[in-house]
Design a protein around this ligand. Structure first.
Ligand code: DND
Ligand code: ATP
Ligand code: GLN
Length: 575
């Protein structure tokens, strides 16, 4: 059996930054070729970044992507890297109609030798690909070093049949799938099971290559994997880190004599390109690469850090600003921020009012001391009095004023000093509207907006334990974790005055939001009808607030973003 040394480049492109992304492709091909790779692959739409959303509808952008592809082929050859075929994803057009397509190409000896488009387009959850693209109808096969490598793009393996079946019918020796598959909790297990099933169906080894990094609310976890037809894992990339996986695969020699244009299942037509290369036995075998899996908390925390870092850096910021109350939410956000951009780039403001307890102020200062982040205190009392005197506010208006003064203050410091403001709201609060519009909801990015409050506590404990294991000072003060959550907007206020206990609240929210169960179905599970009614009503009436909340990293199958699109003006009140 011929040996094929492949390199899978698990990289982090920036959407819209075609020049930077192409530079990165050249750099990684250089590295792969130096490592003896005979075939190099990059993820879905690496040239443009993924997902490009409505940029796909801009003719100038599509043309820039197509031109960059041709230029990239020339650049690789010019750099002495043209002998090795390179698979890259890009944004292209269907030649007949000019309609945008989610494409990939093979670059070889200075030319674009093969182009094809994604066959199945995802149109659920966060995906809208039918809005942008028309599907491809080919089975692309690249013959390299005497092995037939069938190619596919992400959703192509999530649906039955299609390129997986066609690859089997064409007798491919390897199915190479390039992906832009966003992170969700437990999705790595789901993907591995899927990849194993598809490898068995295609009857060949399957190499699954994913993006890594973050793009607005999406986080890409990498987690590329290579699986044999019998399900054995041959290599697995790291989660949430860039990597170049170089590995040797023993693959069957190409034997298909099917002519170009042969039609397989689902109407896919064979397009074949022969790289004209001879098998090369490597001098030294590539070392086996299988990175250890992260456990649940580690994985979620890494996703939050990755998403936050990507948003800050890719939007040109160096530093962030957080209102630090001494409570658990802003404490966890501060810990994530320190891990994402470094404590020296994290700026926090304690903004006490007359209702702020001494322990809250102390806890905020203690977190700053433990992490080394930049910390200052600005009392909001004088501003508060200046509003209260002429307006005579009471009750909720008085409470929300404090939150809004803090929001205004944070934005003022952001304007003055150039830090990006992080919003500290968690998913439980966002669900029930427990935050002040234009107050604590100000900010550019919400690192924990997809994290329920009960998980906020687990992550805070987990982060402290990790510090302990590494012999470091745990970042979050114990008192912040153990005290009852409170907004401290009036004397002796605690969250439990206005909301059900968080264990109960999060359980019902999971049923209503994540699992989309109706009110009656939730009550039928044994929950108190009055509590369910109240939670359902709070969730439904807070849609307007969620629409005005900043983006944040999606970690669940149903984040408050594109995954859950409900009308704001909505007379349906029966859950
Ligand atoms: N359908 C709709 N579409 C658009 N706007 C709508 C609207 N319904 C109300 N509004 C507007 O929204 C306003 C009400 O919203 P908003 O001003 O935010 O105020 P509201 O939701 O009434 O109160 C904020 C709640 O969040 C709690 N809170 C605040 C701050 C921090 C925390 C925490 O623990 O983290 C909790 C606070 O104790 C209170 O229960 C109305 O006055 C109206 O202007
Ligand atoms: N005294 C304060 N100083 C600085 N920021 C504050 C202060 N009080 C509230 N904030 C900001 O407003 C956000 C909402 O805080 P609040 O205490 O009202 O509720 P919370 O959801 O329990 O949040 P936390 O757990 O961070 O306290 C905080 O996360 C923080 O960013
Ligand atoms: N880019 C894609 O086609 C992604 C869709 C796929 N179902 C996934 O989440 O991995």
């Amino acid at each position: 059996m011929p040996n094929l040394r492949i390199a899978l480049a698990q990289v982090d492109p920036r959407v819209g930054d075609i020049a930077r992304n192409c530079d990165e492709v050249v750099r990684r091909v250089e590295e792969a070729v130096a490592g003896g790779a005979r075939l190099v692959a990059f993820p879905e739409q690496v040239v443009t970044g993924y997902p490009v959303e409505d940029l796909a509808l801009r003719g100038s952008f599509v043309e820039a992507s197509r031109a960059a592809l041709v230029e990239l082929a020339g650049r690789l050859a010019g750099a002495g890297l043209g002998a090795v075929p390179v698979v890259v994803g890009y944004l292209g057009r269907r030649p007949s109609s000019g309609a945008p397509q989610n494409c990939a190409a093979v670059l070889h000896r200075g030319e674009v030798v093969l182009r094809f488009a994604k066959h199945y387009l995802p149109n659920y959850g966060v995906f809208d690909e039918h809005r942008y693209f028309v599907p491809g109808d080919q089975l692309p096969v690249l013959r390299v070093d005497g092995v037939d490598v069938a190619l596919a793009i992400c959703e192509d393996i999530w649906q039955e049949g299609g390129r997986v079946r066609a690859a089997g019918e064409a007798g491919a020796g390897l199915l190479l799938v390039i992906n832009g598959s966003p992170y969700e909790r437990d999705k790595d297990d789901q993907r591995l099971a899927l990849v194993r099933r598809r490898a068995a169906e295609a009857g060949c080894t399957l190499a699954y290559l994913n993006l890594v990094g973050g793009q607005d609310e999406l986080v890409f976890d990498g987690d590329s994997v290579v699986v044999a037809a019998d399900g054995e894992v041959l290599a697995r990339g790291p989660q949430f880190e860039e990597a170049l996986l170089v590995l040797d695969l023993e693959l069957p020699a190409a034997h298909s004599t099917d002519a170009e244009g042969t039609v397989y299942g689902d109407g896919l037509r064979l397009v074949r390109v022969d790289a004209g290369t001879e098998p090369v036995a490597p001098d030294v075998p590539a070392p086996a690469q299988e990175f250890a899996r992260l456990d649940d908390e580690a994985e979620i925390y890494a996703a939050l850090v990755t998403g936050t870092r990507a948003y800050v850096r890719k939007n040109g910021f160096r530093s962030v600003l957080i209102g630090l109350s001494g409570g658990i939410d802003s404490a966890l956000v501060a810990a994530i921020a320190c891990d994402a951009v470094g404590a020296a780039n994290v700026h926090c403001v304690s903004m006490p009012s007359r209702y702020s307890s001494q322990h809250s102020r102390d806890d905020a200062a203690e977190l700053a001391r433990r992490t080394g982040l930049n910390f200052r205190t600005v009392s909001i009392a004088p501003m508060f009095d200046a509003y209260m005197d002429p307006l005579g506010l009471t009750g909720l208006a008085e409470e929300n004023l404090q939150s809004r003064l803090r929001g205004t203050l944070l934005m003022a410091v952001s304007n003055q000093e150039g830090h990006l403001v992080l919003a500290p709201g968690n998913k439980s609060e966002l669900a029930v509207g427990y935050s002040t519009l234009y107050g604590d909801s100000v900010g550019a990015f919400g690192p924990i907006k997809d994290v329920y409050k009960t998980l906020v506590f687990r992550l805070a404990r987990w982060r402290n334990e990790q510090a302990g294991l590494r012999g470091e000072v745990p970042p979050i003060p114990e008192n912040t974790i153990v005290k009852p959550p409170s907004a401290e907007l009036r004397p002796d206020q605690v969250d439990a005055d206005s909301l059900p206990d968080y264990d109960l609240l999060d359980t019902v929210l999971d049923l209503y939001v994540e699992q989309d169960l109706g009110r009656d179905a939730i009550v039928a599970k044994g929950f108190d009808a009055a509590v369910v009614d109240r939670i359902v009503r709070l969730v439904d009436t807070a849609e307007y607030k969620r629409r005005q909340y900043p983006p944040g990293p999606k970690i669940s199958p149903k984040g408050f973003g594109r995954d859950r699109r409900l009308p704001v003006t909505n007379g349906w009140r029966r859950g």
